[in-house]
Write a protein that binds this ligand. Structure first.
Ligand code: FAD
Length: 413
């Protein structure tokens, strides 16, 4: 079958790869001059089943409410007139019960574990250099109370097969000696030794090259203008460089998927949640981060990819705006400097902002809706790099009419 993948982020490219493995003829369309140049560019790089907790939790409504009045550093909710924001927010609030949060988190965790397994299969199958770091991820807390609450919270994932170790302050420093200068700021942490990191952009570029080597047709610098439908069938895609057709189509347009879905009369509850990141060269510094970590009190994530450190933070409701100004990074830069004073050339930090394509449930959407040959692989939110491999595999299985390896309850269109 000739399958056209719409969008060349990590989700689109992993989908192209899995479809090729099944013997399909694959065409991918991406408007940028390269793959992974939007949300898949500057993320924290964490392959983190240990971070599967969904954002729609019983604590979320209060955090959102507080963010209206307080100048919170991690979450910025600014009401706008955009009706899509209100409709999405109502759906998000409906998911904020303890029971819904538990169910959604466990579904997401299973998807993440499966995805990590598939990533390892891909790495065994294709030579891909993406500055991988397999030293685990450390989720650390600044007070004993917060650590105790974190340990209780993590029990859900531990019971679901996540390997976890609770560490006191000394053990944290043993796992990450580069935190020694900030010893007094850390009470302890939860270490997930099987979580890992790597540069998502570099991975996606290398996987795209592998797909092309295996016969895929990649159209870069080609903008999709319209998806043409007649009744229950997609007939073709109108692009900036002409019309293209295929037997089946996969919507992997990240934050832009709901815009094209709406034009086709399909509601896809995906809303962009803005995040910021810094990429900082290590330079000649003696104590860069060696293990990826999340400062759970400040909600700042820190990874290192080869010779650079990546720091990410903030969830902001700002529509499709990806602009940023120096002040947006002050807080996260302060946190990383404080934790790793000899960790990187902080003066050379480069800022970036991207949009997480979030669903209210925190899990992606798969399958078809109105059209028999249009498949959704959309809404991977704050964990799309982690979930992309499984999301690609289940999409290929659904297109091929095969049973999926994991249940997709609550994730179908
Ligand atoms: C600050 C931050 C930190 C994050 N950290 C992590 C992390 O540590 N771990 C993790 O798992 N996830 C993380 N994420 C989430 C992850 O980056 C996303 O879930 C993932 O990149 C989404 O991939 P995507 O392919 O769906 O979207 P995108 O990468 O945005 O790809 C969509 C593509 O569609 C293209 N496109 C759009 N419209 C058109 C059109 N009209 N014509 C042609 N092409 C079009 C775009 O150019 C784009 O390349 C983070 C996100 C942010 C913002």
């Amino acid at each position: 079958m000739r399958v056209m993948v719409l969008g060349g982020g990590v989700v689109g490219v992993t989908t192209a790869y899995q479809l090729l493995k099944d013997g399909h003829e694959v065409v991918l369309i991406e408007r940028r001059s390269g793959v992974a140049e939007e949300t898949s560019w500057g993320n924290a790089g964490m392959i983190a089943p240990g971070h599967s907790f969904v954002w729609s939790s019983p604590r979320a409504p209060m955090i959102l409410l507080k963010s209206l009045v307080l100048k919170d550093q991690a979450l910025r909710f600014r009401p706008s007139a955009d009706p899509r924001l209100w409709s999405w927010s109502l759906k998000f609030l409906a998911q904020c019960t303890a029971e819904r949060a538990r169910t959604n988190t466990l579904r997401k965790h299973q998807l993440c574990l499966y995805s990590q397994r598939l990533l390892h299969e891909t790495l065994a199958d294709a030579e891909i250099d993406y500055d991988r770091n397999t030293r685990g991820i450390l989720y650390f807390y600044r007070s004993e109370e917060r650590l105790a609450a974190g340990v209780k919270h993590m029990q859900l994932l531990s019971d679901d097969g996540q390997e976890t170790q609770v560490l006191d302050r000394d053990a944290v420093i043993r796992v990450e000696p580069s935190l020694a200068a900030a010893r007094d700021k850390v009470a302890g942490g939860i270490y997930c030794p099987t979580d890992e990191t790597g540069d998502c952009n570099k991975f996606t570029r290398a996987l795209a090259a592998e797909c092309i080597k295996r016969g895929a047709e990649f159209h870069l610098g080609m903008e999709i203008l319209r998806i043409d439908a007649d009744g229950d069938a997609i007939l073709g895609v109108e692009t900036s460089k002409g019309r293209l057709t295929a037997d089946a189509y996969v919507l992997a347009l990240g934050n832009h998927a709901p815009i094209f879905a709406r034009q086709l009369g399909v509601s896809l509850p995906v809303y962009p949640i803005k995040g910021y990141s810094l990429t900082i060269p290590v330079g000649n510094h003696a104590a860069p981060p060696t293990v990826a970590s999340v400062d759970e009190d400040n909600l700042v994530a820190i990874s290192s990819f080869g010779d650079r450190v990546r720091v990410t933070a903030t969830a902001e409701f700002a529509g499709y705006d990806t602009s940023h100004k120096p002040q947006d990074f002050d807080f996260m830069l302060g946190v990383v400097r404080d934790l790793y004073p000899d960790g990187a050339d902080f003066e050379r930090a480069e800022g970036w902002a991207g949009l997480r394509p979030m669903t209210p449930e925190g899990t992606p959407r798969f399958g078809r809706k109105k059209h028999r040959n249009l498949w959704f692989n959309s809404g991977h939110g704050h964990m799309g790099w982690t979930m992309s491999h499984a999301a690609a595999r289940v999409t290929a299985d659904l297109i091929g009419g095969k049973p999926t390896e994991i249940p997709l309850d609550g994730m179908m269109m």
